[in-house]
Design a protein around this ligand. Structure first.
Ligand code: ARG
Length: 585
């Protein structure tokens, strides 16, 4: 109900104007959601803020505003309460009309922005010379969700994976490829090099065991940096092998397609970036390294901390690449907003490169934001590890979730003495397993660490994916039971809200646009999860208290429309989290 809020704000300003003169016509009326639904839907707190300035009691000010306030088409008569709040309660007929207006709207009242921007979301951006592990989960899930939300709001979103595809870590893999699969370098066919994990492990074993091999690996890095053709080819093959292996997991997670444009892409631009920093007088030599000094960053001794952009051996680092990336995104991609869903441990890195980007004049009015996230922890509260102490492979983590989901489903089917096909069970297990992992991640405040627990994330009660999907399934059950095609519910049937639980549900349904625009701004998907969780709660209370199929017309159709709107809101909201619903479970 962003529109409603806007209108109320304007009306309050008109009243302020009428009561205290035009100096007050632009004052923020401080309209917020009511602290307690008993008192209304909104409250305006402006009277308290103006007390000093006007030299009057807040209650008296509030009363003068109310006397001039004309919101009778939206609200019941407003009241002054407490120390001087203005309480506003929406009229039932107004709510009914608002709901009616979204009934035929596939966007459920979420108007697309009238200021569409070009936005880059930088994700999942893994370092690919590595096995895929639990650390790769959050950037993929959070990045996918944020992209979907920003895109839904109406912005033009480019998903770009800034893969770590360059530099030292590749030496070992290149050397191993050259040693174990020399034929890969002479044929144009794609060879089967086994899966990435065994390739990676074998390379690592060689590296750990043999000093000559280590030497070859270092050599490979030097040759790679020097642009040696054969080494470049080997590097490309290793990158492809990684990308393909990673893609299998992204497909399983149903992450929307993204473009891969990694660190290597900016390699050729690095010298000119450093040169430009130099020309702008930002570079300082420090023990042979080229640095930019930053404000607000000091070392332990309290001395200013420099950001190194070129090492003393002439090599460039992660920061230099990101500076080139900032410049490219602004000047070539012409973006207006760049979002980096990246671990919280890189907070300083981003603050630093954004600062240098601003000093260099690249950033200007482009919004660069780091959307940090915490760690995934094991049930012992420590970083999630396998028994032997390695990072858990992402594949194993997801397979585990699907297996757990499957066991739950099979149990339930048995208890309910149902017959289901293997296809039904395996499809459902996959949807629920993967959704549970995603939802458990997104429903936490992204900046916190969270404990990864199959039992918790797969629980059928609580703020979990199975619970949310089940809430949707129940709404579909109503349409099956009553043999009702939700899509054909009368476009001109009235909506009538009589019971308290109906009104509560209706108001919640109408808040979707507020939540989405909040999440688009603050980039906190847990708000959307919380909204959906409360929606299913409010729907349950409505359904317990209000007969639907047995009700008389026009209430019956009106309530069916509420069921349909709940279903569609759940489905849309979950889809923005990257979660699919099922019709039956
Ligand atoms: N590859 C980095 C890592 O795994 C993340 C890159 C994030 N994006 C960026 N433009 N720095 O830590």
């Amino acid at each position: 109900m962003k529109d409603t809020q806007e209108q109320l704000k304007l009306k309050l300003q008109e009243a302020l104007d009428a009561a205290f003169g035009s100096d007050y016509s632009k004052v923020d009326p401080i309209l917020v959601a009511a602290s307690n639904p008993k008192f209304g839907d909104y409250q305006a707190n402006v009277a308290l803020a103006l007390a000093k300035q006007l030299g009057q009691q807040p209650r008296a000010i509030a009363q003068q505003i109310v006397d001039k306030l004309d919101v009778s088409d939206i609200c019941k008569p407003s009241e002054v309460a407490g120390p001087g709040f203005i309480n506003l309660k929406l009229k039932t007929e107004y709510l009914e009309a608002q709901l009616k207006a979204i009934q035929g709207d596939p966007r459920l009242g979420v108007a697309p922005t009238n200021n569409p921007k070009r936005v880059i979301v930088d994700y999942p951006s893994p370092n690919i010379a590595k096995e895929m592990h639990v650390g790769h989960l959050r950037p993929a899930v959070i990045g996918d969700c944020l992209s979907r939300i920003v895109e839904f709001v109406g912005h033009k979103v480019e998903r770009i994976s800034h893969v770590g595809d360059w530099g030292t870590p590749f030496g070992m893999l290149i050397a191993y490829l050259e040693e174990a699969y020399p034929e890969a370098l002479t044929t144009t066919e794609t060879l089967n090099l086994g899966d990435l994990s065994s390739f990676y492990r074998q390379a690592k074993a060689r590296f750990d065991a043999d000093a000559n091999f280590q030497q070859a690996a270092r050599q490979a890095v030097v040759k790679l940096q020097a642009g040696d053709q054969k080494t470049l080819l080997a590097w490309k093959i290793v990158c492809q092998l990684s990308s393909r292996a990673y893609q299998v997991i992204y497909d399983l997670l149903e992450i929307a397609p993204f473009v891969e444009r990694g660190e290597s892409f900016y390699n050729a631009l690095l010298p000119e970036v450093v040169e430009e920093l130099d020309k702008k007088g930002l570079l300082v030599e420090n023990q042979g390294a080229k640095c930019v000094f930053l404000e607000g960053f000091t070392n332990r001794e309290g001395e200013p901390l420099p950001l190194i952009v070129q090492k003393s051996d002439g090599g460039y680092n992660y920061a230099a690449t990101d500076l080139a990336t900032i410049r490219y995104r602004v000047q070539v991609d012409k973006v207006q907003r760049v979002i980096y869903p990246v671990g919280i441990e890189q907070t300083n890195h981003f603050a630093q490169i954004f600062q240098v980007g601003r000093k260099a004049g690249w950033i200007d009015d482009v919004e660069f934001v780091h959307a940090p996230f915490g760690l995934v922890l094991g049930e012992n509260g420590q970083k999630l590890k396998t028994r032997s102490g390695e990072a858990v492979r992402l594949r194993d983590l997801l397979d585990g979730a699907i297996a757990h989901a499957r066991a739950d489903i099979e149990n339930r089917i048995k208890e309910e003495a149902r017959e289901e096909t293997e296809e039904f069970v395996s499809n459902l297990a996959q949807v629920i397993g993967v959704s549970a992992v995603k939802y458990a991640d997104l429903s936490q405040n992204r900046t916190s660490n969270y404990i990864f627990s199959y039992d918790k994330m797969l629980a059928l009660k609580g703020n979990t994916a199975p619970y949310m999907v089940y809430a949707y399934v129940r709404t579909q059950g109503i349409s099956r039971e009553g043999n009702i095609d939700f899509e054909k519910l009368g476009a001109d049937a009235p909506i009538v809200l009589r019971q308290e639980t109906e009104l509560t549900l209706a108001k919640h349904l109408l808040q979707l646009d507020e939540i989405i625009s909040e999440v688009e701004k603050d980039l906190l998907p847990n708000r959307l999860c919380e909204y959906l969780y409360q929606l299913s709660d409010k729907f349950n209370k409505f359904y317990e208290n209000c007969p639907v199929l047995k009700a008389e017309e026009p209430v019956r159709t009106s309530r069916l429309i509420l069921c349909d709107l709940t279903a569609r809101t759940l489905k849309l909201g979950l889809s923005l989290l990257g979660i699919r619903v099922v019709e039956r479970m």
